[in-house]
Design a protein around this ligand. Structure first.
Ligand code: KG4
Ligand code: ZN
Length: 336
């Protein structure tokens, strides 16, 4: 079964053709990051307009590169939640138009489920159940993936998402938006023990994360140093921050895996590209004899292929939508 998949929930206009949930025939991503960088973050109105301008061209390229016509496609999968609502609606309305014109099933896909499904593309042998750490710019969750379309959230962030914390700390250190990847780069040549930073815990909720205290500690350290005229080694501060963030994530992940009895662990979302997190998870899983699945860097960030992968399993579960499908800004991953 070949699905055309469309993703427009944030600042990437993306389309892909995916066969049977696992084989990517094409994947086209148009990123708006350069335009948003000058504002220090994604401007929702600008994002919606760029999606509207680019979605036809991106989708046509995805069909062309897969050597498929719309008639040869078996269904249209689209991200309908969560995301910037104006941006989501561009993709949803475009997908509805295509589904109506071509008389194909319309398959709504939850963005976070898509991030998890990126791993099905990269790892053909991977099947649920497993425990998944989803870390992106807007979300940080520990999720039991019970089946392809059944999820249970066991832990979540109480404040900033992991990617958001990376980006805010990076901004304080002077890196351009989104700073996570720049921070990661310099952290690799810094000393992670140079600065002592907090690893906040959430009282009574052992699997939940909190990042705002860590982020504030970085901001305060930089302000204090500036007031005293002292210099801060950015490489060392980045390495110290990254180590703290990775420890916050991995400690909850490991505790939940042990207590809930999972030996198959999966990481997903934009922050799964982080070199410190990848290495720490590899070390932990090797020592414990657990199976670890992480997406290749090309599938960590937002893309259409992951939506096509999850769309296949949603279709098999009978989850299709009518032309009254609406976009939803905020929706838990386990909502039916
Ligand atoms: O999944 P994603 O592309 O978009 C959302 O659904 O939010 O995630 C983007 C986030 C941004 O916060 C970005 O800074 C972060 O992922 N990110 C990283 C790295 N690469 C991307 N954070 C830390 N280290 C990286 N190497
Ligand atoms: Zn995403």
């Amino acid at each position: 079964m070949k699905l055309l998949a469309i993703e427009s929930s944030c600042d990437e206009t993306a389309a892909a053709v995916v066969e049977d949930g696992r084989r990517v025939l094409s994947s086209v991503i148009h990123s708006q990051i350069e335009e948003h960088r000058q504002y220090g973050g994604v401007v929702p109105e600008v994002a919606s307009r760029r999606h509207a301008e680019n979605i036809i061209g991106v989708t046509q390229r995805a069909l062309d590169e897969a050597c498929q016509s719309l008639e040869e496609i078996d269904g249209i999968a689209v991200t309908y939640a969560p995301g910037l609502i104006g941006a989501v609606l561009v993709g949803v309305n475009f997908a509805k138009g295509l589904a109506m014109a071509a008389q194909k099933p319309l398959i709504p896909v939850h963005h976070i489920r898509g991030h998890i499904a990126a791993n099905y593309i990269a790892h053909p042998q991977l099947e649920p159940p497993f425990l998944c750490l989803v870390v992106s710019g807007g979300h940080s969750h520990l999720i039991e993936v019970l089946d392809y379309t059944r999820f249970r959230i066991v832990g979540r962030t109480r404040d900033d998402a992991a990617g958001e914390a990376f980006d805010k700390a990076a901004r304080a250190m002077g890196f351009p938006y989104p700073g996570g990847v720049f921070l990661d780069r310099v952290a690799q040549i810094g000393d992670p023990s140079a600065y002592s930073l907090p690893r906040p815990r959430v009282e009574g909720s052992p699997y939940d994360f909190s990042f705002s205290g860590l982020k504030t500690a970085v901001v305060n350290l930089l302000h204090n140093a500036a007031q005293k005229g002292e210099t801060v080694c950015t490489n060392d501060l980045a390495a110290s921050f990254q180590q703290a963030a990775v420890e916050i994530l991995t400690s909850r992940f490991v505790m939940a895996a042990q207590e809930l009895g999972y030996r198959k662990l999966v990481v997903a979302g934009g922050v799964s590209a982080n070199s410190g997190l990848r290495r720490a998870m590899e070390d932990i899983c090797q020592k414990k004899g657990w199976q670890l699945y992480q997406p290749p860097l090309s599938l960590c960030g937002d893309n259409g292929a992951m939506i096509g992968a999850q769309g296949y399993y949603e279709f098999l579960a009978g989850h299709t939508a009518g032309l009254d499908l609406n976009g939803v800004a905020s929706l838990p991953v386990d909502a039916q």
